[in-house]
Design a protein around this ligand. Structure first.
Ligand SMILES: *Cc1c(COP(=O)(O)O)cnc(C)c1O
Ligand SMILES: [Zn+2]
Length: 408
């Protein structure tokens, strides 16, 4: 059975101008960003039973891909929402839910947006996809493009981890390595996207791409017995994940399926904290020069229009923003592994590190239900391994070792 899409068109987030469902990256009148609109009244009448099947395309009614033949999938979505009592206890939180997106096909939240981006490329008859990436988006777009039979032109920065490089080298049609950070290349690349040399699979402007990440909100809601948590902490690079999650919960509220949207927290790395800094200062978003952060996927100092949109949503909704130092992120990575057995990458645990900080600063109420989006597997991380010096055992020395460890 095929689920229909209730998408109706595109709307400018600044001036409200409307457009039909088509491939366009900005408002013709004011150059503002575009977002998708839906016939939520018709969907509300159908009720949550309109969601059928498994994985990301279960939510096809609130995604902008009409033809099921275009709905490319590699088994993304339906990631676990884990009750995490041991970590909750160590943080002093009453109830903690971890939305672990590391189980997606390429190990990150990016697969949600790659599914709808590549589906949109098919929908609009495009042959070539492209993205500028620190590694995760590149791996993901390359993989989905291969699956869809499209050519991919993947730009990745030279500091990407070895596992990410290997992954992209294996799946991309063309892998191009650039010097510098994301911000250095994205301006030129955006112009090439405007000249239609390829389909824009970047995070900065394509409304169809962003839409896939909205399923985070729908999944969290369904997995939490169709209730919204009190607080959701989401990582922010340019803000696509954050914006999409906010939009998902807003739709759920408009549909009348939740009473109240959660308080949203935007989490960044201190070394790339343009949004959280502006939020704290109460001023406009100012681009910052950034270097390396262990949270590679959050390494954007100039989040552009999406960053401004993130800030606007934070201010409108009374949300919170925070950031964490690299050492705190690495510490959160260890704590998560020890308490819940989840091995997540530094980018993936930045939101958890920020939660720890906000709790310590008493900016969040620990008696609420708090959901943290852990967006990346640890298996894509490159770090120093423990010394590989092995020991040769006989029975006696092995037993002595085991007894001494168990006594410790
Ligand atoms: C890209 C990325 C994010 C968030 O980036 P946005 O552009 O703000 O959506 C978060 N976690 C991981 C693992 C990522 O790769
Ligand atoms: Zn406009």
């Amino acid at each position: 059975m095929t689920t229909e899409s209730f998408a109706t068109g595109l709307r400018c987030i600044d001036c409200g101008a409307g457009y039909p469902l088509s491939y366009r990256l900005e408002c013709e009148k004011c150059r503002g960003l575009l977002e998708l609109t839906y016939d939520l009244g018709a969907l509300a009448a159908r009720g949550p039973a309109a969601f059928q099947g498994r994985g990301l395309w279960r939510y096809a009614p609130v995604l902008p891909i009409a033809n099921p033949a275009h709905r490319v999938t590699r088994g993304e979505g339906q990631t676990p929402l884990l009750e995490s009592p041991r970590l909750a206890k160590s943080l002093g939180v009453k109830r903690l839910l971890l939305k672990f997106d590391g189980t997606n096909p390429t190990g990150t939240v990016k697969d949600r947006s790659s599914a709808t981006a590549v589906a949109a490329a098919l929908q609009f008859g495009q042959r070539v996809t492209s993205v500028v990436s620190s590694g995760n988006a590149g791996s993901s777009i390359a993989a989905y493009s291969a699956r869809a039979g499209l050519r991919s032109l993947i730009f990745v920065y030279e500091q990407a981890s070895a596992p990410k490089m290997l992954h992209m080298a294996a799946t991309a049609s063309d892998l191009i390595i650039y010097k510098g950070v994301y911000d250095d290349l994205i301006g030129h690349w955006d112009r090439l996207a405007e000249e239609q040399l390829f389909f824009d699979c970047g995070a900065s402007r394509n409304a169809y791409k962003q839409e896939g990440k909205k399923t985070l909100a729908y999944e969290i809601w369904e997995q939490n017995d169709r209730r919204a948590p009190d607080v959701v902490v989401a990582p922010v690079a340019v803000g696509e994940t954050f914006i999409a999650t906010v939009r998902g919960f807003r739709e759920l509220k408009q549909l009348g399926w939740i009473d109240k949207a959660p308080l949203m927290v935007a989490a960044q790395a201190t070394r790339a904290n343009a949004v959280s800094r502006a939020w704290r200062d109460g001023g406009p978003l100012r681009p910052i020069e950034i270097g390396y952060t262990v949270a590679e996927g959050l390494a954007s100092g100039n989040p552009g229009l999406k960053g401004e949109w993130t800030l606007r949503l934070l201010r409108e909704s009374g949300g919170l923003a925070g950031d964490a130092e690299d050492e705190e992120i690495l510490e959160a990575q260890k704590v998560l592994a020890r308490t819940e057995g989840i091995w997540a990458g530094p980018t993936g645990v930045a939101a958890l590190a920020v939660l720890r900080r906000l709790l310590a600063a008493k900016q969040l109420d620990p008696s609420q239900t708090i959901c943290v989006i852990v967006s990346e597997t640890g298996l894509k991380t490159e770090a120093e391994v423990p010394p590989r010096q092995g020991t040769v055992f006989d029975y006696a020395s092995l037993k002595a070792l085991v007894l001494s460890r168990l006594a410790g």
